[in-house]
Design a binder for this molecule. Structure first.
Ligand code: NPW
Ligand code: K
Length: 468
C-alpha cells in the first residue's frame, strides 16, 4: 500500500529514497516538464524559506556541480531580486544542462570555493540526493569553515556530506539551522545521525507525485469520547504483570492515562497504583471478550511461568503489544507463533532486543525494521531517537522528534502501555504504534529535561488534548 504524494498533506509527511525521488522526477520529465521548470520551483521555494527564516543578511551560496548546485543559482537570483546582497561560490563548472542554464540565468560573478570569504548567512547547495561518496577534504573543510563563520546556515535539500537513504555521515558536516527538503522528505531528514545535523526541516511544496511507502509520524487524530461511549468502548487494556511489578504498573498507568476506559493489571505486586486500575488474574483478563488489547512483557520475567503466560496472552486472540521480557522470550522461542496471529502483534524492541530477535540485518534503520516486520509478520517499533514503525506489507513511519531525555529506564514500559490503549480504542496495529510514539514524544516534551518514566503518564492529558 502507498500514498500518492500529490496530496499536499501526505506529501509533507512522505519519505522517499534518492532512487524513489529520481523515479518521481523522471515521471514528471516524461510528461514533458523540463528539468529547469522543477529547478525554478525548487530554487524559488528555498529562497522563500530562507527569506522567512533568516530576514536576509548578506548571503553566500555554495554551488556544487549537479542539480543541487543548479538550485543554488536559482536561489541566488531570487534573493538578488529581493534586494539581498548575494555572492555565489562554486566547486567548478556545472555538470548538468539544467545547472548550466541556471548559472547563466544568475549571470553574476561566481567565486572559487577555495577563496570565498564568509557571509552571515550560508546556503549550502553543494550536493543533494546525488552525493555518491564523501566530500573531498578541501571541500568539506571549506564548508565547515564558512558555516562556522556564518550566523545561520541553510541546506538545500540535504546538508552536503550525508547519505540520503540511511542518514550516515559520509564526511564531516556542519550543523545546519534549517534544511529545505525539496518536494518530499528523504530518510536522512528523519534518521540519525543525519537528522540532528539538519536543524529544522521544512518541506518545499513541489508536486512530485511519487508513491510513498514511508512517512514521518505526525500528530494522530484521536476523537474525544462521546456521550455514547462507556468504559468498554473506550478500550479495555489488560497488562500482564510479573516478576518486576513496577514495570507493568508503569505500563498500566500509561494505558489508563492514554485514554483507555478500563485497565486491568494481572500478577502479584505491591506498590501504589491508581485505584482506577483493577487487579485480575491472567485467565479472567484474557478470557474477557471485552478486552481490547493485551500488553505483555514489561516486568514479565523470563522463566518458564513467564513463557507460559506470554503464550496464553498470544493465544487469547486479543490485539497484543509485546515488549521487554516478552521480546527476550520470543527470541528464545522463535517467531512462528507470531505468524499465526489473526492481527499483527506490535513488537517494541530497542536496538539490543532487535538484534537478539533478528540478528544483524543489513541496510538503513528503515530497511532493517521493514525486513523484521516481513519476517515476523508483526508491526515492529524499532525504538531510539528515530523510532521506526514497520508493517509486514512494507509501509513504514519514522518518529523523528522524540526528546533525547526519553533515553531512561522505564520509558519503554510507558510506550507499551500507551500503544496498548491505542489498540484497545480500535486503531489498527500500524496506526496504534505511530499514535503511541507521538503521544510518548509529546508527553516527554511536556515533562522536559530530567524527566523520569513515572512523570510521563501525567503529561499524556495535554498530549491527548492536542489530538482531539
Ligand atoms: N526533488 C525535487 O523536487 C528537485 C530536486 N532537485 C535537486 O536535484 C538534486 C539532485 O541532483 P543531482 O542528481 O544532480 O545530484 P547532486 O546532489 O547535485 O550531485 C551530483 C553531482 O555531484 C557529483 N558528486 C557526487 N558526490 C560527489 C562528491 N563527494 N564529490 C564530488 N562530486 C560528487 C556527481 O558526479 P559523479 O558522482 O558522477 O562523480 C554529480 O556531478 C536534489 O538534491 C535537489 O537539490 C531540483 O533541481 C529539482 C527539483
Ligand atoms: K546541499
Amino acid at each position: 500500500m502507498s500514498t500518492p504524494t500529490s496530496d499536499p498533506a501526505a506529501a509533507r509527511r512522505a519519505i522517499l529514497t534518492a532512487a524513489e525521488t529520481r523515479a518521481a522526477e523522471e515521471a514528471i520529465f516524461a510528461h514533458g516538464v523540463p528539468v529547469a521548470d522543477l529547478m525554478e520551483q525548487a530554487g524559488a521555494a528555498v529562497a522563500e524559506a530562507a527569506w522567512r527564516f533568516a530576514a536576509m543578511p548578506p548571503t553566500l551560496i555554495l554551488c556544487g556541480p549537479g542539480n543541487n548546485g543548479g538550485d543554488g543559482y536559482v536561489v541566488a537570483r531570487h534573493l538578488r531580486e529581493r534586494g539581498v546582497p548575494v555572492r555565489v561560490a562554486a566547486t567548478g563548472e556545472p555538470a548538468t544542462e539544467a545547472a548550466r542554464e541556471m548559472r547563466a540565468r544568475w549571470g553574476g560573478p561566481v567565486e572559487a570555493l577555495a577563496d570565498a570569504k564568509p557571509a552571515p548567512l550560508l546556503i549550502d547547495a553543494l550536493f543533494g540526493t546525488g552525493l555518491s561518496r564523501p566530500l573531498d577534504g578541501d571541500v568539506a573543510g571549506r564548508l565547515a569553515e564558512l558555516a562556522a563563520a556564518a550566523k545561520l546556515a541553510i541546506a538545500v535539500d540535504l546538508p552536503s556530506g550525508i547519505a540520503t537513504d540511511d542518514g550516515a555521515i559520509l564526511s564531516p558536516v556542519p550543523r545546519f539551522d534549517l534544511t529545505v527538503a525539496l518536494g518530499v522528505l528523504k530518510p536522512a531528514h528523519v534518521l540519525q545521525p543525519a537528522a540532528s545535523f539538519c536543524g529544522r526541516v521544512a518541506v518545499a511544496d513541489i508536486d512530485l507525485g511519487g508513491e510513498a511507502r514511508a512517512w514521518r509520524v505526525e500528530r494522530p487524530r484521536l476523537a474525544a469520547p462521546t456521550p455514547a461511549d462507556n468504559k468498554y468502548t473506550r478500550g479495555l487494556v489488560a497488562v500482564i504483570g510479573g516478576a518486576m511489578p513496577g514495570a507493568a504498573m508503569l505500563a498500566a498507568t500509561a494505558a489508563a492515562r492514554a485514554g483507555a476506559g478500563y485497565v486491568v493489571l494481572t500478577g502479584e505486586g505491591a506498590g501504589t497504583l491508581p485505584h482506577a486500575i483493577v487487579r485480575r488474574d491472567d485467565a479472567t483478563a484474557l478470557a474477557d471478550p471485552r478486552t481490547g488489547a493485551v500488553v505483555a512483557g514489561p516486568g514479565l520475567g523470563r522463566d518458564i511461568a513467564a513463557r507460559r503466560r506470554l503464550r496464553a496472552a498470544m493465544d487469547s486472540g486479543h490485539p497484543i503489544v509485546i515488549d521487554a521480557d516478552g521480546l527476550a522470550l520470543l527470541a528464545d522461542a522463535g517467531l512462528s507463533r507470531l505468524r499465526r496471529l489473526a492481527m499483527p502483534a506490535v513488537l517494541t524492541p530497542h536496538e539490543g532486543e532487535f538484534k537478539r530477535l533478528f540478528g544483524d540485518l543489513p541496510g538503513s534503520k528503515l530497511d532493517r525494521a521493514r525486513e523484521a516486520a516481513r519476517r515476523s509478520e508483526a508491526v515492529i517499533v524499532l525504538k531510539g531517537a528515530d523510532s521506526v514503525v514497520a508493517h509486514p506489507d512494507g509501509r513504514a513511519a519514522v518518529a523523528a522528534t522524540a526528546p533525547a531525555w526519553l533515553a531512561s529506564a522505564g520509558t519503554g514500559d510507558v510506550l507499551a502501555g500507551i500503544t496498548g490503549a491505542m489498540l484497545a480504542r480500535g486503531l489498527d496495529p500500524f496506526a496504534a504504534a505511530q499514535a503511541g510514539l507521538w503521544l510518548h514524544g509529546a508527553a516527554a516534551a511536556q515533562a522536559g529535561p530530567g524527566l523520569i518514566a513515572d512523570d510521563l503518564p501525567a503529561h499524556l492529558a495535554s498530549a491527548l488534548a492536542a489530538c482531539a
